[in-house]
Design a protein around this ligand. Structure first.
Ligand code: OAD
Length: 261
């Protein structure tokens, strides 16, 4: 995809603002992984558009009968395209460029709503997965995370080897509070931020959608959105780049030289 002059100009403005920032962060959503073949939730081909948005009772149902929940889970064929995509997806040029921005000293932390782990696969090191990670399990009591390989499913529900708490998928369910440590890190990072990239999110799911506003209110942070479509956050952004992240982020990297800190 070629970048038009107006978009190029906005990417230059973004490079300049990012260069003069002290604590830049990024918040990412499903659009960031669209170019890796992972479906988004909303929009024409979105999973919720196709299946309907789940009600807020997911976590309540899990807590009411965790054994039944796990039995259903292990047999489930719900959203097969998501399962398949998560198994085989690889980082795209956008993930790789964002990881480069961290290595170059620009981006200090990534807050992602994605559960696919692709930022980490691309090399991003400082990251908080606010909606969890689809490849991990988590104890709801002590918040320890486990590789599923290390947790037996012989007796359901699985229990935490450390504290005997209930084990669930790490992915945050509808109606489930964001794990405390994860929420705290996201809020702390947003309060430190003086420049935030808002990448591939519709900005309608809270508390994640509130974080750019926190950055703006606390530090007057410069907010830059990269998304081919307008989002619920576009109106509070200082720069809106209407392009795929897999195109705009590599263009941004090209404009920046290694930051000396
Ligand atoms: P959405 O599906 O709501 O929004 C995806 C956004 O990505 C839209 O604004 C698209 O315009 C944009 N987009 C599509 N392709 C893109 C591309 N190549 N580059 C950049 N942007 C692109 O996804 P989220 O905002 O992440 O929560 O949704 C938030 C939460 O809602 C998810 O984490 C999930 C869902 O319910 C849970 O499952 C807990």
């Amino acid at each position: 995809m070629t970048i038009d002059d107006a978009t190029n100009q906005k990417i230059k403005e973004t490079a300049s603002a990012l260069s003069s920032s002290n604590h830049a962060t990024a918040i990412t959503g499903a659009g960031m992984s669209a170019e890796s073949g992972v479906p988004t939730f909303r929009g024409p081909d979105g999973l919720w558009t196709k299946y309907g948005e789940p009600d807020d009772l997911g976590y309540e149902k899990f807590q009411a009968d965790p054994k039944l929940w796990w039995e259903n889970r292990l047999n489930a064929s719900y959203m097969p395209e998501m399962r398949k995509a998560l198994e085989s997806a690889k980082p795209n040029d956008g993930h790789i460029a964002l990881a480069q921005l961290e290595k170059m000293g620009y981006i200090k932390h990534v807050i992602t709503q994605n559960v696919d782990g692709l930022h980490t696969d691309a090399g991003t090191e400082n990251i908080v997965e606010i909606h969890g990670n689809s490849k991990l399990l988590r104890c709801i009591q002590c918040e320890s995370r486990y590789d599923p390989k290390n947790i037996t499913m012989e007796s359901l529900p699985p229990l935490c080897p450390k504290c005997s708490g209930l084990i669930k998928i790490d992915t945050v369910m509808f109606g489930e509070p964001i794990p405390r440590s994860v929420l705290l890190t996201s809020q702390e990072q947003s309060q430190l931020t003086d420049f935030m990239l808002i990448l591939g999110t519709s900005g309608v799911v809270y508390p994640a959608a509130a974080l750019p506003g926190i950055a703006k209110q606390t530090n007057g942070a410069t907010l830059v959105e990269i998304n081919p479509e307008p989002s619920a956050l576009s109106s509070i952004c200082d720069i809106v780049i209407q392009a795929p992240t897999g195109v705009a982020l590599p263009a941004l990297v090209k404009l920046l030289e290694r930051k000396t800190v």
